[in-house]
Design a protein. Structure first.
Length: 686
């Protein structure tokens, strides 16, 4: 049978529930304008009924106040974060695409089309028989204005590449800072909730950070309850909070996280011929890694070792796949703009290697032959690989100091001394008799057995051709395929036009004669070095010994040859050496080439800007449209999320009245019961 004071306990439980609801409503109202705050709600349930052994069986025992919970919908959180990832990517692309468009835009006086038209007009003045020294000077000056234009655009794009590069570092630093804050919050949340509390405000802070993280990089968030292995049915109250990024790469796990660190490339480690110096590669590192710490680059997981000589810590930094299409967010947009090569990069198969002496201290360097299939790699006017750099062979990095091209489908690269010290994998060689041979993984020579197989040269052990060759053909690459038209792509497009145009102009100029019947000299070339003190000779640009031809001419060093700059009368105006100085047929030939010959993507020389502006205009329009779309979705999904988790003043006002009435009624119930107990105790003598 229940106590005489049973009703008082019921009323007291209602009073406590109403009081908690009033306080929670007040907290909601106070935080109505707090960014990231989630509306809170008191969770209640009816108390277990009391068995009273009467005809009605049991009696209600009041209300239990269980918890104060956030009102949150994980579905809308995921939708919002996925949209933020897409928005972050297209915002970065849109901003920098607009910058490139501004650089290339023709304002009617200093753009490519204007300068090209002025150059062609001055050419026509010369070829119409008014070829005075002044007119020749005007033509050369207009041609120099065109070369200066490309020099300026090259500098502007390199500066933009450096700006993007710094944004990549800032994004990685922000990811690291967010990761550290989240791990700290995870610890605080678990401390609170292991004591049977609910860390609502701490969870709100964590969700704000996760939202920000989602805009920088694609994420996947999972939270699991931590189970006591000795008593699986016990609720520990603690949770494991895991975030993976960029398609499943682990970023943090509850109290531990990994850093994304930016390591600047050395001057001789460029990925593209026109890359600015100091671009960053992104690596995974332990959370205690600091800038300036000793590190080695590995493809495996990051770890820490100790230098046995100095006793200092050495960190192994593992690769962050910058060519992944799953990075997402602002970081992917920035990488696409900085490194986007439209899928054109050096890649092939290593088919041969040998070690050759350097001539100093008995050291050797390795030379490897790489077979390529990309058409852009078999056209030096399109080629954009650096003269020195870093290549990857089957997952391992090697530095190369030079390369040659055979004019067909094979490159020969010379590796640095340091790279050669690393044991090279097996490649096809020839034995001393010129027969096909190879070196196996243990550096033992395999020679042909004359029947399509191989034998070990030292002991004659037979080895089948399939077994011998299974590890021979190794993939080789410089950089990676970034299938977006970023800054390297536009640099490559400029270089291609410049090289094609220079080759055509120089061929015409060198086949003609100056007014004094001297042999014509080439007109366009590239400067050597940063000070422009030297220039590539015509022989260097046309020699076939290394088949590089105009590869050395870029938008950054494009120039008019010093011979013509210093003496405009060296300009090859005549076609026939026997004609007088008033014959200008060579200038007619030059104008004919400029006007009619297709030298760039099926277009004539003057249509260069139309092609490139078409590319950047399309990219800008796409990124702008997508930014508008995802911005609108951000508002729509954000409103949907706020409709669940946001504080609505009208709802809270109605709740305030509701809980006030509940509190008043429960108070009235206590007052009524107090009067009953007074009558019962004082007047009946119970």
């Amino acid at each position: 049978m229940p106590s005489q004071f049973f009703g008082l306990n019921i009323a007291a439980s209602g009073l406590r529930a109403a009081n908690a609801a009033l306080n929670t409503t007040g907290n909601n109202i106070a935080n109505a304008n707090t960014d990231g705050y989630s509306r809170q709600k008191v969770e209640t349930s009816a108390s277990l009924a009391l068995r009273v052994f009467t005809t009605y069986g049991s009696a209600g025992a009041g209300v239990d106040t269980l918890a104060i919970e956030r009102v949150r919908d994980v579905f809308y959180d995921n939708k919002y974060r996925n949209n933020q990832t897409n928005l972050g990517e297209v915002k970065a692309k849109n901003y920098y695409n607009q910058m490139i468009e501004q650089y290339l835009d023709d304002d009617g006086s200093s753009g490519f089309s204007s300068l090209f038209d002025q150059m062609q007009a001055s050419l026509q003045t010369v070829m119409k028989g008014a070829g005075t020294t002044e007119n020749k000077q005007e033509f050369v000056s207009r041609m120099e204005a065109l070369t200066d234009y490309f020099n300026q655009i090259y500098t502007s794009l390199q500066n933009e590449q450096l700006d993007v590069n710094e944004e990549i570092k800032m994004s990685c630093d922000r990811i690291n800072a967010i990761s550290q804050e989240i791990t700290t919050l995870n610890e605080q949340i678990n401390i609170v909730e292991m004591q049977r509390g609910t860390a609502n405000d701490l969870r709100d802070k964590r969700d704000v950070l996760v939202d920000e993280l989602a805009e920088i990089i694609s994420i996947e968030v999972n939270e699991y309850p931590i189970v006591d292995v000795n008593d699986p049915d016990r609720d520990t109250g603690a949770n494991r909070f895991v975030i993976t990024v960029a398609g499943g790469q682990p970023l943090l796990d509850t109290y531990n996280y990994r850093k994304l660190v930016c390591i600047a490339r050395e001057a001789d480690q460029a990925t593209n011929q026109t890359d600015a110096q100091g671009l960053y590669d992104i690596k995974w590192a332990p959370s205690n890694f600091k800038e300036g710490d000793a590190a080695v680059m590995e493809s495996s997981a990051s770890k820490t070792t100790t230098d046995q000589t100095t006793g200092s810590r050495v960190y192994s930094l593992s690769d962050f796949r910058m060519d992944s299409k799953l990075i997402g967010g602002k970081l992917e947009g920035l990488i696409a703009m900085r490194d986007g090569n439209n899928g054109s990069y050096f890649n092939g198969t290593v088919t041969y290697s040998e070690k050759v002496p350097t001539g100093t201290d008995g050291q050797e360097v390795a030379k490897i032959k790489v077979k390529v299939s990309d058409s852009a790699l078999m056209d030096m006017n399109k080629c954009n690989i650096p003269e020195t750099g870093t290549l990857m062979i089957s997952g391992r990095y090697y530095d190369f100091t030079s390369w040659e091209y055979d004019g067909g489908d094979t490159y020969t690269l010379t590796l640095s001394d340091e790279s050669t010290a690393i044991r090279m994998p097996p490649y096809t060689v020839v034995d001393k008799n010129g027969e096909p041979a190879m070196v196996d993984k243990d550096r033992r020579l395999l020679v042909s057995d004359g029947a399509g197989g191989y034998i070990h040269a030292d002991d004659g052990t037979p080895v089948s051709a399939d077994e011998a060759r299974k590890d021979i053909l190794r993939t080789c690459s410089i950089g990676a395929s970034i299938e977006y038209e970023g800054i390297p792509y536009y640099m490559q497009q400029m270089n291609e036009w410049i090289r094609n145009f220079s080759a055509e102009v120089n061929e015409i100029m060198t086949s003609g004669y100056a007014a004094d019947s001297e042999a014509g000299v080439y007109l366009l070339t590239g400067a050597k070095g940063m000070d422009s003190s030297g220039q590539y000779s015509y022989e260097e640009l046309t020699t076939k010994s290394k088949n590089k031809r105009y590869y050395t001419v870029t938008a950054g060093n494009f120039a008019v040859s010093a011979a013509v700059h210093n003496d405009v009368n060296r300009l090859a105006t005549k076609k026939d050496v026997t004609e007088g100085e008033s014959e200008y047929l060579n200038m007619y030939a030059l104008n004919e080439m400029i006007t009619k010959k297709e030298i760039f993507r099926g277009a004539t020389s003057g249509q260069f800007l139309d092609k490139v502006l078409g590319d950047v205009g399309l990219n800008t329009a796409n990124s702008r449209t997508l930014e508008d779309t995802y911005t609108a979705l951000e508002k729509t999904i954000g409103n949907q999320r706020l409709s669940v988790s946001g504080v609505d003043s009208d709802e809270e006002a109605a709740a305030l009245v509701q809980y006030e009435q509940s509190y008043t009624l429960n108070s009235k119930m206590i007052q009524t019961l107090t009067e009953i107990y007074d009558r019962l105790i004082l007047e009946t003598g119970v």
